[in-house]
Design a protein around this ligand. Structure first.
Ligand SMILES: [Zn+2]
Length: 409
């Protein structure tokens, strides 16, 4: 058996230890202060102990935050020194989302429940599985006496679930010299259950509130009023039409096009025989990267303004949320290619490289022109009651990461 096979075989034996590691993490509800929690320090110290037990030096770039008892939000990393190869970074986050409606959980969200291959608890998938796989891949190298091809760093950050101002955004602002475009940066935080999806791009996000004002009249005399609901309906149809003009189809994404979808609708009149004089609805726009959201906004203003004028109504557009996506990571970037080869070798899978409609922390790297791949085996249990992860997936992901660490991808 060659050394790489021994490395992968060793990872197969880690199931019980991974469960124990998850048990330790789940028992610490690392909620940020905006979620009513005390922050991530207790959990950070657990990860720090793991890394120190491997003989790694742990560094911190904690962000001051006087809303939490420790006064800081922890961002830490340990680096295993390697050869001349590119530095590999694996970044996971310490914080979790609240339990939500407790009655929807089958067991205590803060106490790990194990059922065969499945483990349940808040955070087991998002994002403990990333920290656990990243860590056990390092442990396997250490126990096999193998040096990584380049330095390998495992990073644990705070505040991913509530904006990252105290987490990755702070780390990148304070330590910009830590990362180079030659590094292989992996963010295990989005993916498919079988680990076959590698995210390299994100759409921009624009959430709009549309308020239409007309003139309320009796339902029997619509010609005397201005129907705000009818006007809004015309705008909803126009929104989908406008979306078709926002960029050429990009096969990285599913769907390949920009989408502008009417979603929420506020209640209007409660009776049937009144023509409403006011209507409020919302549009969730996911726009292909490379398109300027200012242009999208002015297209909406023009088109909706024209519809309102035709109907004799007024329209007001309000931006509820706006995130301009950075340029995509090149699917040919070394980090993506290494990941593709490692997934093929460790899992016998042909991965898909593509984009997603939502935002991840990878955008903070991409804004600095640092190529980054977002990937892991992710169940659709994230942020849900009975959040679960699979031990077999953590083992499989640790193998993929170990191949990359060892320069064997
Ligand atoms: Zn996450």
């Amino acid at each position: 058996m060659d050394q790489v096979q021994k490395l992968l075989k060793r990872i197969d034996t880690y199931g019980e230890q991974m469960i124990q590691a998850q048990r330790e993490l789940v028992a610490i509800p690392a909620l940020g202060p905006t979620s009513g929690g005390e922050g991530e320090m207790k959990k950070a110290l657990v990860v720090q102990r793991w890394l120190e037990d491997l003989g790694l030096t742990v560094l911190h770039e904690d962000c001051p935050d006087d809303r939490v008892p420790d006064g800081v939000r922890p961002n830490l990393w340990g680096v295993m020194p390697g050869g001349d190869g590119p530095t590999v970074w694996v970044l996971g986050h310490l914080d979790v989302v609240p339990e939500g409606d407790r009655s929807l959980w089958s067991s205590d969200p803060w106490k790990l429940r194990v059922e065969g291959d499945l483990i349940y608890g808040r955070g087991v998938m998002d994002d403990h599985a990333a920290l656990v796989s990243g860590f056990f891949a390092l442990k396997a190298l250490k126990e096999e006496g193998m040096a990584p091809a380049g330095d390998v760093g495992l990073i644990a950050v705070a505040d991913e679930e509530t904006g990252s101002a105290y987490g990755l955004e702070y780390l990148l602002k304070t330590r910009p010299e830590m990362f180079s475009p030659q590094d292989l940066i992996l963010v295990p935080d989005v993916g498919e259950p079988d680990g076959s999806f590698i995210e390299v791009a994100e759409k921009s996000m624009l959430w709009l509130k549309v308020t239409v004002r007309g003139k309320q009249v009796h339902g029997s005399t619509p010609h005397k009023g201005v129907n705000a609901l009818y006007t809004a309906a015309r705008m909803m149809i126009a929104a989908r039409e406008l979306a078709q003009g926002f960029g050429a189809a990009d096969p990285l994404f599913d769907p390949m096009v920009s989408t502008c979808e009417p979603t929420r609708k506020e209640a209007g009149v409660s009776n049937i025989n009144t023509v409403p004089g006011r209507d409020v609805f919302y549009i969730d726009c996911r726009i292909l990267p490379g398109l300027d959201l200012d242009q999208v906004m002015s297209a909406f203003e023009q088109r909706f303004g024209a519809i309102a004028a035709e109907e004799g109504a007024q329209v007001e557009l309000e931006v509820i949320n706006r995130v301009q996506a950075p340029e995509a990571t090149d699917p040919k970037a070394p980090v993506v290619q290494a990941l593709v080869r490692a997934i093929q070798r460790a899992r016998g899978l042909e991965p898909t490289v593509g984009g997603v409609g939502g935002g991840t922390v990878a955008s903070f790297f991409r804004r600095l022109n640092l190529p980054v791949a977002v990937w892991y085996s992710c169940e659709q249990s994230v942020h849900q009651p009975d959040e679960f992860a699979r031990v077999s997936s953590m083992i499989a992901d640790a193998k993929v990461l170990a191949l990359i660490y060892a320069g064997q991808a």
